[in-house]
Design a protein around this ligand. Sequence first.
Ligand SMILES: Cc1nc(C(=O)O)sc1CCOP(=O)(O)O
Length: 206
Amino acid sequence: MKLHVITDGKRTADELVSILCSIHSQADHIHVREKNRSAKEIYQIVERLIDGGIPPKKLIINDRVDVAHSLGVGGVQLAYHSLGVSEVRKSFPDLQIGKSVHSYQEAVEAEQAGASFLLYGHVYSTMSKEHLKPRGVEELKAIASAVSIPVIAIGGITPEKTSELKNIGVKGIAVMSGIMSAKDPLKAATLYQTNRRKAGSDERKL
Ligand SMILES: Cc1nc(C(=O)O)sc1CCOP(=O)(O)O
């Protein structure tokens, strides 16, 4: 299972660079999701992350295909308001394209349109999506067995949820507040990573 860390749009550029450079060794992917920043600001932050030692392929840019393409990073994450998967796929055949989905139908369509992986959520209740009912694991389980691209779970994921998600065929977890708002983000990321590895080895023992 992969660990995706999602930025929360609440930090100054300096804080963001400092947190991400300190935790990146524990993360498989880092999604730069800074919805209130311009393409230029995101570009400059990502340049600093790369200069700070984060391998470009680890970085996934939310929404901004232009930034992802011009910096040659690991991919783009498309939301409902983003360009469509098939339009992006047509122009960038080799780009890793993640698509955020919220139903079985959206998941199947995103795979058909050429998505490389899916983020499905929000699975558990979370302060990051306050007042919105969580979707639970049933639909997630159905999606994970219906599509052949990796499905990543997002929303309210604590380290303890890792093995439940692993058991239903999810290929990764995406975490925002559990790491970005932690008093010690490196310690938090390490705990997620340890549980993720443990979930993998428990499964191999079965
Ligand atoms: C950014 C995001 N997208 C979601 C979706 O359902 O697509 S849920 C979510 C927030 C996840 O935050 P946390 O790890 O703090 O619960």
